[in-house]
Every structure is written in structure tokens, then in C-alpha cells.
Design a protein around this ligand. Structure first.
Ligand SMILES: Nc1nc2c(c(=O)[nH]1)N[C@H]1C(S)=C(S)[C@@H](COP(=O)(O)OP(=O)(O)OC[C@H]3O[C@@H](n4cnc5c(=O)[nH]c(N)nc54)[C@H](O)[C@@H]3O)O[C@H]1N2
Ligand SMILES: Nc1nc2c(c(=O)[nH]1)N[C@H]1C(S)=C(S)[C@@H](COP(=O)(O)OP(=O)(O)OC[C@H]3O[C@@H](n4cnc5c(=O)[nH]c(N)nc54)[C@H](O)[C@@H]3O)O[C@H]1N2
Ligand code: SF4
Ligand SMILES: [Mo]
Length: 757
């Protein structure tokens, strides 16, 4: 920790990584000592004076977005829970930690005794991927619960990419676009100007994209909406939602047809090359022009430029995964990267080599177990298991549908499924019918209002941080540990609040039947020993000698057993992070497939290509716009928002309302819709009434509504968010519409109707 730099003003500066999105920016936080009446052991406490970008951060070099500095607001938000609450007579009341855990023990035990272990469901939300406590302890929690009902936000997000890449490369091995060195970036369904990048960890994506163009390269953005990212690109292709697989298949067919395929050294590392290209050969630019809305000449030209570029990378995100052909699209992105010879070379799509916790740096280099999916199915809808989880599209039905295995209790960790999952309104009602619900969360929001017990975790400034998952997807090899900056709260009973990992460890112990008084150290040891059994005894001894517990001990072990032989002490000595260099080629060592090859034609994925043929035929028959729901709904993200949970920060939500339905002026004119006036947007499963925003940058026939809104419902305690309520776009998301291989929900390309309200 950094000591007080200035005894005169009583301020000190500390550094940490921002945990709010995937960019992982370094923050410089100035703290001021304040005399506080009777609080804290020393009678003084520290408050955050200022947060700005850390100029010395090895990766972000001072970059920060408007959300970064709001860690102060989040920490100080009076609506943020600091003490556990339990529901009594319909109202939440603060209780001691001991009482809260006792209530959880009684509630969970009751449900398990009555209905068995599968009656308890676990849902893990997005911030759990940004929390070192959740990253390390929730899999043990899931095991302790012993339930098959494990869900996460991944099946409304990146699961198709994880699965396609897992089938191709084995394990969690997702290529990332080497944008700092590429000559040509083809980017589909991503808006890093708003999102700051995803599945490709890098601060200042906008600056990095501008640098591609500044050095004479090309950035091609494929998106039905002219986003800020599309505006900055050298070319924007306004594709029809859900049709990227056809575009990519046509690119492959041109590359092969015109003799432009040049896999080069990849040939030695690929199995199934011929099958893969043959599977999509029929999708010529001419045959897909109508369905994609991109003319054949443009597709041909794009394929040729891609092939001609000295280096090129194809990259896709939300718009490519949360759509009807999510797995196929994700696969085709890497097929194009292979066929053009750009996989695993500088300027192409590369593999990160992370300092800690990366499966593809462990075990035998170059071979492994690959990935198996669909090992079981959800009870009601028969949706496939992937990576040990069931799709959230199954969740509402699993709670609503009586019978053996019905969900009767729910444990949510860092999630707001009522606003983020399909049929949010049905889920909202279903949660109300549960016998018991526990939420590990910091707010009483649309989801947690249904809980019987809410267990709050410390604010980001009070927790250590290590981006275990996201650093495995970084565009440079970097590593950075953040110490807590502010102390944990002390309750009126003198009890120090538990850290997030301790809350989760306690829940695991309760789930395992050890009772509410069990010592979290026993679970911590279990998690640690589980990892330590693969490590050399002298390494384990060295970690033990450091005397740490919790995430710090585990990360120390992971670093020492990782590819750079680092220790946590090394990271503590480098609060601005350690740069381990640019990405380097990793084939074939990175692979973990049984064959030791890239499986370019996984049977699971090839089996789905027939669906593309069917869709093409149907689209040709139906024409572009037909039926009762002639519009296709897509989502959008805003730089000043973050899924559903940062709308209680006034500096972010103030200004003009963000929750509007964007409509092309021609469509609006035809329907009699006026800018600012309400419209009813209706899908097969629900409807919302929301103000219209005319936007000529959206493809006609497509409308856009952001997710994460719909606040201000009774029982929530988020005063600022309630004033900027908006509507829940996932009332429109159909739980029947999924990518079949992964069960991932179709969030982009939902058929809707639009009428003046
Ligand atoms: N229609 C539509 N739906 C979408 C999307 C879309 O693009 N369109 N995007 C999807 C995507 S990509 C995602 S990731 C999901 C997100 O879906 P969820 O993860 O279900 O929802 P979030 O809005 O991220 O909610 C995060 C919750 O965690 C709490 N929280 C914040 N910080 C912490 C913490 O440190 N610890 C704990 N324990 N809790 C914390 C917040 O109070 C909030 O309740 O939404 C998905 N839903
Ligand atoms: N400010 C902010 N940052 C965030 C978040 C946030 O909510 N706000 N959320 C974080 C999370 S959880 C995630 S997962 C990432 C997501 O990061 P991104 O994927 O970069 O973000 P999105 O804005 O969802 O971008 C998806 C784009 O796909 C387009 N699109 C929709 N349908 C299609 C289609 O069929 N084909 C194509 N080609 N494009 C389509 C949309 O118009 C949109 O521009 O962002 C993260 N960062
Ligand atoms: S881009 Fe913004 S929210 Fe994301 S890590 Fe950086 S400062 Fe935090
Ligand atoms: Mo996400």
C-alpha cells in the first residue's frame, strides 16, 4: 500500500484496476483523511477525493471512461446495502451477519429436505466475472449445492463463442484480435466505443481502432445500426440482424472459389479443413445477398480485401453470439481467420498467455480433453448443458412448471435476471412463488426484492481485485493485482463485514450441511488444496510460508505455477501492473483437443449448418418484411450505463433519457410514429410502451432498445434509478428463441410489431 504522500493535506494516492467492465483500466485514487465522529478505531476515516486514470498503468496509460470515477459514487451510494437484510412481514430489516446466515441455513435446509438438491437453483451474474472472490469460490459453491440447476449470464452473452472455440481449440481458449498490429479489422456485432471491448481485454479500444486507420489500415464494421464504432470505421455494412453466418460463409466461399485461401503454416495444425469449407461452399455472395441485405459485389470485395491485407483479424461480439446462429457465426469467424492464414500470427487473431489460472497453460501442451457439451438437458425445455450450466432461457419455465425437479429456491450472486434474462416479466412473477431466495448483492433491485435474505458484499474499493478471467483474453500479456483501498465496514455489533469470498465460502459450507457457524477457513483450505494438489510441494510450501488466506493465497499459487513464474509479492511491488509483452504465436502448444489439432469441422457445429439452408429458403419465400411482427429488435449499449445496475449513479443517468426505441424515420413516417412520443413494441411474449427516438442510422425494418432498464417497481430501493425507470426490454425476449447448440437466447433479431401508443 502507498503511504501518505503529503502529511500536510492528509491525502494519499492508491492504485487499482477498475472492475466495472472488461477494459480493466488502471485508476489513480486520491484519498483524504477525515475526522469522523466516533467512527472507526482511530476516530478518523478516509474518503475518496478523486479518481482518475493511472498514467503509469502499464496497459491503460491513463485511459478511463466516465464510469471509472463513479467507484466513489457507488461506494458512497446511500442505497447500497452495507448490512445483511432479511424479509419480515414483507419488509427488509437489517440483521447481524450471524442472524442472516442462520436464516439462510434454515431456508435452504428446508427446501432441500422437502424437495431435494435440484430444487435449489444458482444464478451467477456478470459482476461475478469481475470479482476475484466469485471467480474462485462459486464453482465450489455450486458443487456444495449439488444441484443441476446452475445458470449464469453467459447464456445471454458469450456462450456460443466459448463453445465454438472450445470445440475447435479445447478448453477455454478464445482467440482475440491483435488490433494493435493488424492491417485490417473485420468487426461484427461489437460496439467498443460504448462497451470498451469484450472478450478482447484492452483499455482504450477507441484509440486502438483509430490507430489502425491512422497507420493506413482498414476497420470494417458490420452492424445493423450506425454506432459510434461504425462512424469511426472505414466501412460500415448495415447487415440484417441474425445473418452474419451467411455473410461469413459467403466470404469463405469466395476465398476458396477465387483461390484466395492461404492458411499457410496453419495447415499442419488443422483437422477438418476440407469439410469445413465444403460445408459452407453453397453460400455464395449472390445467394446470401438478399438475406443479409448486403449486395454480392460488396461481399466479394470484402473477401478479396481481407485476403489481400498483409494481416487481418475477424472479431465478433454480442451481435454475433446472442442471435439465432450464434455458435455458427462464432465458428465461422475463426474459420475465416484460419482460411486467410491469420490465426495465431501477429496482426491476426491470437491467443493470450495469461500469468494466472489459464487452463491452456496447464497440463500437457498441445493435447487435452477438448470440450463436451449437451451432457444433460433442462427438465422442461430440454435445452443443452454447456460448461456445467443450463441456459437461462430455461429458468422461468423451470420455476413455473410443477413436478419432480422443479426449482423451489434460488440463490443469485451478482445478477439481476429479471432485467437481463428472457421473459423478464415471467421470471419476476416466478421468483415471487419461490419458497426461499437468497441474493448476494449490493442493492435491493428488481430481482433481489424477491429475496428472503440479501447478503451484501463490500464495495469495489474494499475488495482486492484480480482479473482472473479477463486477463486470459487480453490483447497484451499483462498482470495486475489490486489491494483493497478502504477498510471493511464494522457493524454496530463490532463485527467486521465479511469479504465477498467469505460470504460465498459461508454459503458453500451451509449448502454442504456444515451449518451457519462453520469456519470459512475450512472451505478456503478446500479450494486451495484442490489447486495445490497439482503443484510441486516446494511451491505449495512457499505459498504457505507467505501466510496469506483467501483469494490472495490462491492467486499467489496460480502465479507461481503459471508460465511466468511470478509471485503475488512481485505484483504487490508493481501497483501499475506488469507488462509481459505482446502476444506471441502459441500453436500448437495452446491446443487442448484430443487430436492435438484445431478441429475446424466440429460435428456439433457442422450439424447445425442445415438450419442455415432452411433459413435461407424461408427468407427467400417470405421476403424481407412480412407477417404480424415485421420489425427486428436489436439491443444497444451506452457508454454511461452498465447492464442494469449502475443507473443509481446520478452523474451517469442524468441528461436525456437513454431508454428509447430507435426507429428509422421512414419506418416511423409509415407507422405514424413521432419522435419523443410513446410507441408500443410487442413481441410474441410481451410488450412495452417506450418513447420513440428517430434515428436515420438504423437499418430500416430494424428497431433498437437498450436492456437493463425497467426500474422503480415496488419494493426496490434504488432512488435515483427509479427516477430514470425506462422499460425492461427483456419482457420482449422470447424464451423459445435460442441458438440450439448452446441454448443462448436470441437478444438480437427479435420479431416485433410497432404501433403508436
Ligand atoms: N436484451 C438484452 N439482454 C441482455 C443483454 C443485451 O445486450 N440485451 N446483455 C446481456 C449480458 S452481455 C449480460 S453480461 C447480462 C447481465 O446480466 P446480469 O448479470 O444478470 O445483470 P447485471 O445488470 O449485470 O446485474 C448485476 C447485479 O450484480 C450486483 N452487483 C454489482 N456489483 C457486485 C459485486 O461486486 N458483487 C455482487 N455480489 N453483486 C454485485 C448488482 O447490484 C446487480 O444486481 O445481461 C444480458 N441481458
Ligand atoms: N458502457 C457499457 N459497457 C459495457 C456494458 C454496458 O452495458 N455498458 N456491458 C458489458 C458487457 S456485459 C458486455 S457482454 C459487453 C458487450 O460488448 P459489445 O458486444 O461490444 O457491445 P454491444 O453494444 O452489445 O454491441 C453489439 C452490437 O451488435 C449490433 N448487432 C445487433 N444485432 C446484430 C446482428 O445480428 N449482427 C451484427 N453484425 N450486429 C448486430 C448492435 O447494434 C450493437 O452495436 O459490453 C460490456 N461493456
Ligand atoms: S472503460 Fe471505464 S468502466 Fe471500463 S474499466 Fe475502464 S474506466 Fe472502468
Ligand atoms: Mo455481458
Amino acid at each position: 500500500m502507498v503511504a501518505y504522500g503529503d502529511g500536510m493535506t492528509g491525502t494519499r494516492t492508491a492504485f487499482r484496476t477498475c472492475p466495472l467492465c472488461e477494459a480493466g483500466c488502471g485508476l489513480e485514487i486520491t484519498l483524504r483523511r477525515e475526522e469522523a465522529a466516533g467512527s472507526g478505531p482511530a476516530g478518523a476515516r478516509e474518503v475518496v477525493q478523486r479518481i482518475r486514470g493511472d498514467l503509469d498503468d502499464v496497459y491503460s496509460k491513463g485511459f478511463i471512461c466516465p464510469k471509472g470515477s463513479t467507484l466513489k459514487h457507488l461506494h458512497e451510494d446511500p442505497d447500497r446495502l452495507r448490512r445483511p437484510v432479511v424479509k419480515r412481514g414483507g419488509e427488509f430489516v437489517e440483521v447481524s451477519w450471524a442472524e442472516a446466515f442462520a436464516a439462510v441455513d434454515a431456508g435452504l435446509r428446508g427446501v432441500v429436505d422437502r424437495h431435494g438438491r435440484d430444487a435449489v437453483a444458482l444464478y451467477l451474474g456478470n459482476p461475478s466475472a469481475h470479482s476475484i472472490g466469485a471467480m474462485l469460490y462459486t464453482s465450489g459453491l455450486a458443487k456444495a449445492l449439488g444441484t443441476t440447476n446452475v445458470y449464469s449470464a453467459s447464456t445471454v452473452d458469450q456462450r456460443p463463442k466459448e463453445v465454438s472455440a472450445g470445440l475447435m481449440f479445447g478448453g477455454f481458449t478464445v482467440p482475440v484480435p491483435d488490433i494493435d498490429r493488424t492491417d485490417f479489422l473485420l468487426m461484427l456485432g461489437a460496439n467498443p466505443y460504448a462497451s470498451n471491448g469484450s472478450l478482447a481485454t484492452a483499455p482504450d479500444w477507441p484509440g486502438r481502432l483509430e490507430a489502425i486507420i491512422a497507420r493506413g489500415g482498414e476497420v470494417v464494421v458490420v452492424d445493423p445500426r450506425r454506432t459510434r464504432t461504425a462512424e469511426g470505421a472505414t466501412q460500415w455494412l448495415a447487415i440484417r440482424p441474425g445473418t452474419d453466418a451467411f455473410l461469413l460463409a459467403a466470404i469463405v466461399s469466395v476465398l476458396v472459389d477465387e483461390g484466395l485461401a492461404a492458411p499457410g503454416r496453419l495447415v499442419d495444425h488443422v483437422a477438418g479443413y476440407d469439410e469445413a469449407v465444403a460445408a459452407v461452399a453453397a453460400f455464395t455472395p449472390e445467394s446470401v445477398a438478399a438475406v443479409t441485405g448486403i449486395d454480392a459485389a460488396t461481399i466479394r470485395d470484402l473477401a478479396r480485401r481481407l485476403a489481400a491485407a498483409p494481416t487481418a483479424a475477424v472479431y465478433g461480439r454480442m451481435g454475433t453470439t446472442t442471435q439465432a446462429f450464434g455458435s455458427l457465426t462464432s465458428w465461422l469467424i475463426d474459420v475465416v481467420n484460419v482460411v486467410t492464414g491469420n490465426l495465431d500470427r501477429p496482426g491476426g487473431a491470437m491467443f493470450t498467455k495469461a500469468a494466472a489460472g489459464q487452463a491452456n497453460t496447464r497440463g500437457t501442451p498441445g493435447v487435452g480433453r477438448g470440450l463436451r457439451i449437451n451432457r444433460r438437458q433442462s427438465r422442461v425445455k430440454g435445452l443443452p448443458e454447456t460448461l456445467g450450466e443450463l441456459p437461462v432461457a430455461a429458468l422461468a419455465g423451470e420455476i413455473e412448471t410443477p413436478g419432480e425437479g422443479q426449482i423451489r429456491a434460488m440463490l443469485t450472486v451478482a445478477g439481476n435476471p429479471v432485467l437481463s434474462n428472457p421473459v423478464g416479466h415471467r421470471l419476476d412473477r416466478a421468483l415471487d412463488t419461490l419458497e426461499f431466495m437468497v441474493s448476494v448483492d449490493i442493492y435491493v433491485n428488481e430481482t433481489t426484492r424477491h429475496a428472503d435474505v440479501i447478503l451484501p458484499v463490500p464495495s469495489a474499493l474494499q475488495k482486492p481485485h484480480y482479473d482472473l478471467a479477463l486477463l486470459q483474453l487480453a490483447l497484451r500479456n499483462v498482470t495486475n493485482w489490486s489491494e483493497p483501498i478502504l477498510p471493511l465496514d464494522v457493524g454496530p455489533d463490532g463485527v467486521v463485514q465479511p469479504d465477498e469470498w467469505e460470504v460465498l465460502a459461508k454459503l458453500a459450507l451451509i449448502a454442504a450441511g456444515a451449518g451457519p457457524d462453520a469456519d470459512v477457513a475450512t472451505f478456503d483450505d478446500l479450494v486451495f488444496d484442490n489447486l495445490a494438489k497439482h503443484a510441486a510441494p516446494e511451491v505449495v510450501a512457499a505459498v504457505a510460508a507467505a501466510g496469506r488466506t483467501g483469494p490472495a493465497r490462491i492467486v499467489d499459487l496460480m502465479l507461481r505455477t503459471g508460465p511466468y513464474d511470478l509471485t503475488l509479492d512481485d505484483l504487490l511491488a508493481n501497483p501499475h501492473g506488469i507488462d509481459l509483452g505482446a502476444l506471441e504465436p502459441r500453436l500448437p502448444e495452446v491446443l487442448r483437443t484430443p487430436s492435438g489439432k484445431i478441429e475446424l469441422a466440429p460435428p456439433e457445429i457442422l450439424g447445425d449448418v442445415s438450419r442455415m439452408h432452411g433459413a435461407l429458403a424461408a427468407a427467400t419465400e417470405a421476403g424481407e418484411r412480412a407477417g404480424d411482427r415485421p420489425f427486428l429488435l436489436i439491443g444497444r449499449r451506452d457508454l454511461r450505463s452498465n447492464n442494469s445496475w449502475m443507473h443509481n449513479v446520478n452523474v451517469l443517468v442524468k441528461g436525456k433519457p437513454r431508454c428509447t426505441v430507435q426507429v428509422h424515420p421512414d419506418d416511423a413516417a409509415a407507422l405514424g410514429l413521432v419522435d419523443g412520443a410513446p410507441a408500443v413494441v410487442a413481441s410474441r411474449v410481451g410488450e412495452v410502451t417506450v418513447p420513440v427516438e428517430l434515428f436515420e442510422g438504423i437499418r430500416p425494418g430494424v428497431v433498437s432498445l437498450p436492456h437493463g432498464w425497467g426500474h422503480g417497481v415496488p419494493g426496490t430501493q434504488m432512488r435515483v434509478a427509479a427516477e430514470h425507470a425506462g422499460v425492461n426490454s427483456n419482457v420482449l425476449t422470447d424464451d423459445e428463441a435460442v441458438d440450439p447448440l448452446t441454448g443462448t437466447s436470441v437478444l438480437n433479431g427479435i420479431p416485433v410489431s410497432l404501433t403508436p401508443a
